[in-house]
Design a protein around this ligand. Structure first.
Ligand code: PLP
Length: 461
């Protein structure tokens, strides 16, 4: 047996045991590390070793230096932002994918990775109740998925852009609650922040369609070229839902590409009683959902679906001679639908996890998260010292202590300083607002209850 295989087998067992213990006992670790900036750098050698070290020594330092310096996103009491949790089947698949280390540039370089991506996304498309015509492709993040959507929208409106660069005056619409990635994508694609219209949202943080329509009319009258609307379902601050059917009507009336950012909320499409929240999504040209947010997959797996893969391909297909392969009607070359050429085997973890949980298993976990968030919201409502500041249709709740911003900040800081929970904040209507979001596979109702107890006991009497 080679030294490599021997070392791997021995240390691999140790690593698997560590992972299993960590997943079972993560509550024993502080979710936020007590570490100052630069401390880890100072604790590590300034130069890499001349002679190789044992995997056991490296694992020991992983446990003793790296883990204590880590914000534990995969912790049942990580309730900040949108939790991004992983699960045993997906962790295993990540290891196997690293072992095969495929690069799915085109079909021939990795038939399994290319085809499993189509299969796993096809399964999810069915679970999410999307029409069969939606073609799926995996990117790293929602930011990049949305960038491809906006580029495809530009291709639909201005096919010359690929050769000549974009025509001036192209305008994109999203709500004032849209994720900052849409703004960054506008910067990256040369649309310009000034040509992203941030449409005001209503009292429940949903895009106002009367203002959307008025903005499009105003732009047309000014000789501009509206080309795309980005609707968000499950906004980052409050998980509000833009009114998809009315937005789809407008997109269709004006011939605009409709992209739906469902980065977090899209997971809830598989829960039958929540699916009506997404009515109208089937009319979108494209949508994105991150499986690494609320589907128990490790970073990164952002699922991008479009019913116009022909336009996406037209935007990005560029095949140099050294990558040319024999054509076959069933051989999809994913590089033709994307900016990145290299493509890792992300679908393996989807396939492992979807099979391991099954649809019912996945629904059961999501349902319990939504139920506990509703309970948490009811506890907030019942306490006269607190108020809720937005509807909570899914697993995140926005709330505040009825006091100053400073008092609210102090509550969050004190809760986080215990190391027992990690909560985050947003600003709504100019006020500091606390957010609690549930999304870890190992979170229990008791975790949510204890979070509320700690918040209440931390608040001023
Ligand atoms: N869109 C929404 C609605 C989000 O909430 C987020 C992140 O939380 C993003 C996009 C960006 O996600 P990513 O980090 O995958 O780019």
């Amino acid at each position: 047996m080679s030294k490599y295989a021997d070392d791997f087998r021995r240390a691999g067992r140790e690593a698997v045991d560590w992972v299993a213990d960590y997943l079972e006992n993560a509550r024993q670790y502080p979710v936020l590390p007590k570490i100052k900036p630069g401390e880890l750098i100072d604790a590590l050698p300034a130069s890499a070793p001349e002679k190789g070290e044992s995997l056991e020594a490296i694992l020991k330092d992983f446990r003793e230096l790296i883990v204590p310096a880590t914000t534990l996103w995969n912790h049942p009491r990580f309730m900040a932002y949108f939790p991004s949790a992983s699960s045993p089947p997906a962790i295993l698949a990540e290891m196997l994918a690293a072992a095969l280390n495929t690069n799915a540039i085109h079909w021939k370089t990795s038939p399994a990775s290319t085809e499993l991506e189509q299969v796993a996304l096809g399964w999810l498309r069915q679970w999410m109740g999307l029409p069969e015509e939606f073609f799926g492709i995996i990117f790293d993040t929602a930011s990049i998925s949305s960038m491809h959507a906006i580029a495809a929208a530009r291709e639909m409106a201005d096919p010359e852009a690929r050769e000549n660069g974009m025509r001036p005056g192209m305008v994109l619409y999203a709500s004032d609650q849209a994720h900052s990635s849409i703004e960054k994508d506008s910067i990256a694609l040369g649309i310009g922040r000034r040509n992203l219209r941030k449409i005001e949202s209503d009292s429940e943080f949903r895009m106002r369609t009367d203002l959307l329509e008025a903005a499009i009319e105003r732009d047309l009258a000014a000789g501009k070229r509206p080309f795309c609307i980005v609707a968000t379902v499950g906004t980052t601050s409050t998980t509000s839902f833009d009114p998809l059917p009315r937005i789809a009507d407008i997109a269709e009336r004006y011939g605009l590409w409709l992209h739906v950012d469902a980065a977090y909320a899209g997971a809830a499409m598989i829960v039958p009683e929540l699916r009506p929240l997404f009515d109208g999504i089937e009319r979108a040209h494209s949508l994105v959902t991150n499986a690494h947010k609320w589907m128990f997959m490790p970073m990164d797996v952002s699922m991008f679906f479009t019913r116009r893969p022909d336009i996406l391909r037209r935007a990005f297909s560029l095949v140099p001679e050294y990558l040319r392969t024999a054509e076959h009607p069933r051989a999809v070359n994913l590089m033709e639908y994307a900016v990145p050429l290299g493509r890792r085997f992300r679908s393996l973890k989807l396939w492992f996890a979807l099979r391991y949980f099954g649809r019912e298993g996945m629904i059961e976990v999501l349902r319990s998260h939504v139920r506990w968030a509703a309970e948490f919201a009811s506890w907030v409502d019942a306490d006269p010292r607190f108020e809720r500041v937005a509807p909570a249709p899914l697993s995140a709740v926005c709330f505040r202590f009825k006091g100053t911003d400073e008092e609210n900040k102090a509550i969050i800081d004190c809760v986080n300083a215990t190391g027992k929970f990690f909560l985050s904040h947003t600003v709504l209507n100019g006020k500091f607002v606390a957010r609690l979001a549930i999304g870890n596979l190992y979170t229990t109702r008791q975790d949510v209850e204890e979070a509320w107890e700690l918040i209440r006991s931390t608040a001023p009497r």
